[in-house]
Design a protein around this ligand. Structure first.
Ligand SMILES: C[S@@+](CC[C@H](N)C(=O)[O-])C[C@H]1O[C@@H](n2cnc3c(N)ncnc32)[C@H](O)[C@@H]1O
Length: 328
């Protein structure tokens, strides 16, 4: 379980109607939503407005949402998304390799579905792994299906790789047979599924649990983005005054172990000096990313935050400085 999201029911399927179930989750808590809603529903617009409102509440301000559908529903969904204040990033066409032919020959075969990619708030920072996307270009193939509208894993693979990072929380309010969960697990993301139909929940969990999750190794799962991944030494945070020499850092969001920040950008823990990574490794045997495990007290937010948060602020500042000047 990710340390900064302790109260979320991670990697589970919640049984029930997503419009109600989502009320139990904290607001601004998930990084990404992928939704494949049912098509036919009495009072479709009202239903759509309700589930989108519920998703919007739990989505972080930096989060984005994907909805997939066809001409039956996607235009109505798009209008309601805009009414609710979501901001369009893209509409993406998924061309089906084996569409159902139109046997009567009275109109064209419908051979695609449309994905709408929206951000919660216009202008907020959001994840788009452009460099990872350049590598994934082959066709999306259908596999065997256990649900009439089951989506291929390759489609979800691309959605998740493009717009989330390892450890992120992905919500699927219409979980079905759990395609989102299976791919999330494979790619070291967390998922929260909601599904109204019990028979699918069992099937989905069985499917997700069959996914073999290999040990997390950042170079395998993270595509470096030269712009965002600018190296920021921990010492920069001390130089900038974001952290003070002598200040305490906490190991974990709730842990009681503390280390002291030293003036030279090292930490001291139990009489030992070392980098944020070295000391994390001595405490927690195994691979440790010091940026994720050390927390500082954020006086403004009145809570502990990972020091990675400060590194992000530095990176944002740096990227502003290196942006090309706008043409006049
Ligand atoms: C289009 S299917 C999703 C299929 C899924 N993407 C997959 O790959 O298996 C929609 C699913 O939403 C479920 N559903 C319908 N209304 C719901 C609601 N109000 N809350 C939660 N789930 C709901 C249905 O039982 C169905 O399994």
């Amino acid at each position: 379980m990710s340390k900064d999201t302790p109260s979320l029911p991670l990697d589970q399927v919640l049984i029930g109607d997503c419009r109600q179930v989502l009320q139990e989750l904290p607001e601004d808590s998930v990084d990404l939503v992928f939704a494949d809603p049912p098509y036919s529903f009495a009072q479709y617009d009202q239903f759509t407005r309700e589930w989108l409102t519920a998703c919007r509440r739990v989505l972080k301000p930096t989060g984005t949402l994907w909805v997939i559908g066809s001409y039956h529903n996607i235009y109505r969904v798009g209008k309601i998304l805009q009414d609710l204040g979501f901001w369009f990033l893209n509409d993406v066409v998924w061309v089906k390799a084996n569409p159902m032919p139109n046997f009567r020959g009275v109109r064209y075969t419908n051979a695609h579905e449309t994905l709408l990619w929206m951000q919660k708030k216009k202008g907020a920072r959001y994840t788009f792994n452009y460099h990872a996307m350049k590598g994934l270009n082959d066709d999306l193939q259908m596999r065997e299906k256990a649900h009439p509208t089951q989506k291929p894993e390759a489609l979800l693979y691309r959605v998740i790789m493009s717009s989330s990072n390892p450890e992120d929380v992905i919500l699927d309010p219409f979980f079905g047979t759990g395609t989102t969960g299976a791919v999330a697990r494979k790619l070291h993301r967390h998922f929260i599924g909601v599904e109204i139909d019990k028979k699918y929940v069992e099937l989905a969990m069985k499917r997700v649990n069959q996914v073999v999750q290999l040990e997390f190794d950042p170079p395998i799962y993270v595509t470096p983005n030269p712009r965002r991944q600018k190296r920021v030494p921990f010492g920069n945070l001390v130089e900038n005054g974001m952290l003070e020499p002598g200040q305490l850092l906490y190991f974990g969001a709730d842990g009681t172990l503390t280390a002291k920040v030293l003036a030279d950008g090292k930490l001291s823990f139990n009489g030992q000096r070392g980098s944020i990574h070295q000391l994390a490794k001595t405490i927690h045997d195994g691979p440790s990313n010091g940026w994720k495990v050390w927390y500082y007290w954020d006086e403004k937010e009145k809570q502990r935050q990972p020091i990675d948060h400060l590194r992000e602020l530095v990176r944002e500042e740096l990227s502003k400085q290196t942006k090309p000047a706008k043409k006049g």
